[in-house]
Design a protein around this ligand. Sequence first.
Ligand code: SF4
Length: 601
Amino acid sequence: MSTKGYFGKLLEVNLSTGKIEKTKIPDSDIKNFLGGRGLGAKILYDRLKPGTDPMSPENILMFMTGPFVGYPIPSSSRTCVVTKSPRTSPVEKKYEHSSTLSYANMGGFFGPELKYAGYDGLLVTGKSDKPVYILIEGENVSIEDASEYWGMGTDQFDKIFHSQLGEGRYESCYIGPAGENLVPMACIINTAARAAGRGGTGCVMGSKKLKAIAVKGSGIPEVADLKKYNELLETIRGSFMEKNDSVMDWRYGGTANALSSSSNNGTQAVKNYSEGTFSEIEKIGTEANRKKIWKRDFACYSCQLACKKSGFAKGAYGVQVHDGPEYETGTMLGANLMISDLNGLHKLIYDGDDYGIDIISVGNTIGFLMEAMQRGHINADFLDGIQLKWGDVESSLELMRKITYREGVGELACRGVKYLAKIIGKGSDEYAIHVKGHELAAWNVPVRSSYWSITYATSNRGACHMNGGSSNSQDGACLRDSLGACSFASSWYRDDVHYRHILSAITGLEWTEEEFNKAGSRIFTIEKMFNYREGFRRVDDTIPEKFFNNEFTYGEHKGAIVERDEFNSNLDRYYESRGWNLNTSKPEDNVLRELNLEFTI
Ligand code: SF4
């Protein structure tokens, strides 16, 4: 008998040998690492030899659910994909293949279905000789030929695959051409537009020749205290109703609402992060999309916020809009490239999703090349004749296509801005916007620099906007991602409907505030120790040079810049708050013991 709320079981599929196993998760790991991101990090730390090549059969690609996933707890359907990253590297490599771990989180219906099939997680190892998909129907699991699907974009694949399997029978996730072509910034998609976007998860999936996973289940683990659980559910649903204005804001615009507010606040990535405000933001913001594009709001499993938007773009760039723009996609392929053609933006987002590529990284990379062109560090010859310039949809579309198919300059650009800066030289690393090799997301740094600089510098998957700039917010993000909850709804889970009360009702285990917070810290720290073991040190916890040298040139925040001394002292304070060595960044031994992580010392 496992802990209530869990099946206590992992499905393990080795694509080299064809071996399929169901293994038990130790109760102590469930208690200490909860599920999702946390349990994934523990498994990766335990099983992966330091220095393992992320593209080798030994790397583990995990699809982890959490204890909330599958229950009708509002906004708690996330699947966390955990693996070793093909995107990152430290300043000084301890191993040839030193890299961080990677985690990427996707909503939708895949996670709940995996749980209903009887598993708290799916671990894929090995490498198939030919394209395959994994078919899971409860206890029945098989590896099937996917040759006929290889080469398909995610939109076409989703339609054909599901019509062949039986419409609505299975939930699935899959890669597009970018993952198949081993583009390091490839992602994993489900329902044509939801993505485990960051950190190269789709590249690892492609390296295993795994096109897709389809899953169907029918059960859910018993809840320990059904009365308490039902009371909490009723209260949390009520609290969504009380905060009705916020709920309606989310339904109206989703994260696209932030396109305007972030631009007004000077925190948007604009012109390869040279500016924080985009004067044409209203052309691609919520109101424009409501008026011209969106037809329908929709939601992930059991979510009242329904932040997803679909509709149609028109004209020469006419496409079916599966979702977006979100704040990240609208900024990285819009404001960051100075693109304000709304239909063109939708075509870029559609293609990015259809290729199965991380839109944040590809938008960042195209922005970097636009700046390199502007500065005369490259010319059109470098780009196979593409006249890449700010605001131009056509050249951006063509570059994204080349990146996906590794064609010409795409062979270089698919590796991201850190690699490109090395090839181009001429001081271009100054404006290569990445941390540890992973491109920054759509939030610019100089305004609110104490928050954003620490957020990006210390995140465990390389630059990441989802964790926050203090140990408390990072630990909270670890808890949320391990339970399977969506970050956008986290502000509703406070006080008497706090996550820990729901976890107690499901599992029957009492969680004090202190123990719960400690679990978050434990999860963040084991990720840190994975990276430390690979050779990442304080010198890797930094931000791009541009933020120390480039002042915003217009708007309310004209002159904004990051002061280097201030950044260094903020980093000191952050390390002190975690009990990390100020020189090496290693968590001190007493901290590791206190977190029950003595096995990492
Ligand atoms: S808020 Fe949006 S992303 Fe989060 S669960 Fe709801 S619909 Fe999905």
